[in-house]
Design a protein around this ligand. Structure first.
Ligand code: PLP
Length: 389
């Protein structure tokens, strides 16, 4: 098989779409006005931001004034959690519930609040990667001010029962935040139907540029400000708006909310073909359930080898995949998500995440399965761990 470039790390980031790039270009060139300026050059930028806000709101079933543009998913998560903690503290409610498989943007925000005296319950997940709604119900206390559970996991792709969680939180009058960074574009989201109070999205996971995203916050919440300064984002997130990236993000949100089931069916077909293509590899586990999972996600553990080694060998063949979360790469810490599923450190260290999207082809996945088979065979042939095990 010929060497070809295959990008299969779409949970880490995606290629910017032509539609998003076209939406951004005018504001990087002729239409460079500051959106706060009164003259028409400024007005053009203001109009672009309003359009993007409308597109983002529509994609989530929200109102325009419930959308706050941010620098991405990390900022939206930090803002949501800190804002709800602040609102809770004012009512003497300092207990927050989250899960053990959240992204670091959530977990590190929680750790910082723990140091300030907040109490946390980190819900466990089943061995196939799901939070249980009855565990959540049992964990909710009188002083719980927030439940933050991700819509879909970035490492194993499991989709959490967010509509049920939203319903329960509404019944118990507890605020519900969901990190929908990986879910956006893969599952239909309606913040009202799902009783979601706050939700985070990131642009670069849905074909917009890196460094832009949004926080949805229900109009029923008096959202505390995050960045102090000018009047931008209704005075809650100050700083001159990144008009070009916001325009691209609005376009990406519109595209992401369209054709979800067709896209998912196509990508799932590729994923199933890939898994079939890996038939015959000994001692390989698929991590997390294959049902209720993002269509493009395959997370595998191979006994006797290190995921990092496998990634380097695949990279030499032109294939981009990752081990664990992209942000955690570079450290050989085993993935907290795989450990939460009850996997051993060795299994977690021998893991690889392949994330396909609608830009991939059957040729891509056939290339991945063949090169992966060869790489596993080669690495095991030189691995003392494989001899032992
Ligand atoms: N939340 C999840 C689930 C993610 O996968 C990521 C990125 O990997 C983030 C948050 C952070 O988003 P951003 O890269 O836009 O800061």
């Amino acid at each position: 098989m010929e060497k070809r470039f295959v990008y299969a790390d779409n949970a880490a980031t995606t290629r910017i779409s032509k539609a998003a790039l076209d939406a951004a270009m005018p504001y990087l060139t002729e239409q460079f006005g500051n959106a706060s300026a009164v003259y028409s050059l400024g007005r053009k930028s203001r109009e672009a931001i309003l359009k993007a806000r409308q597109q983002a709101a529509k994609a989530l079933g929200a109102e325009v004034y419930e959308i706050y543009f941010t620098s991405g998913g990390t900022e939206a998560d930090n803002w949501a959690i800190n804002a709800c903690a602040q609102l809770g503290e004012a009512k003497n409610k300092k207990h927050i519930i989250t899960s053990s498989i959240e992204h670091y943007a959530v977990l590190e925000s929680c750790k910082a609040l723990e140091r300030q005296g907040f109490e946390f319950t980190y819900l466990p997940v089943s061995d196939d990667g799901f939070v249980s709604v009855s565990d959540l119900e049992a964990a909710i206390r009188e002083d719980t001010c927030l439940v933050s559970i991700m819509a879909a996991n970035n490492e194993i792709g499991t989709i959490q029962p967010i509509a049920d969680i939203g319903k329960l939180c509404r019944k118990k009058s507890v605020l519900f935040h969901t990190d929908a960074v990986q879910a956006m574009g893969n599952i239909a989201i309606d913040v009202n139907e799902m009783n979601i109070d706050l939700l985070s999205v990131s642009g670069h996971k849905i074909h917009a540029p890196k460094g832009v995203g949004c926080l949805y916050c229900s109009k029923s919440i008096d959202l505390p400000s995050f960045i102090k300064g000018g009047h931008q984002e209704r005075g809650k997130r100050a700083g001159t708006e990144n008009t070009a990236f916001i325009a691209a993000f609005g376009e990406a949100m519109e595209q992401a909310s369209k054709g979800i089931s067709e896209r998912a069916a196509f990508v799932k077909g590729l994923r199933d073909r890939l898994i079939k293509g890996l038939d015959g590899i000994e001692k390989m586990d698929i991590n997390g359930s294959l049902d209720n999972r993002l269509p493009g996600n395959v997370n595998l553990s191979f006994y006797g080898i290190e995921g990092e080694g496998l990634i380097i060998v695949l990279d030499m063949q032109g294939i981009c995949v990752s081990s664990g979360a992209a942000c955690a790469s570079g450290s050989l810490e085993p993935s907290h998500v795989l450990l939460a599923l009850g996997k051993s450190e060795t299994q977690a260290q021998g893991s690889v995440r392949i994330t396909l999207n609608e830009e991939n082809t059957e040729e891509d996945v056939d290339c991945i399965s063949q090169k992966l088979k060869e790489a596993v065979e080669h690495l095991r042939s030189v691995s003392p761990l494989w001899d032992n095990g």
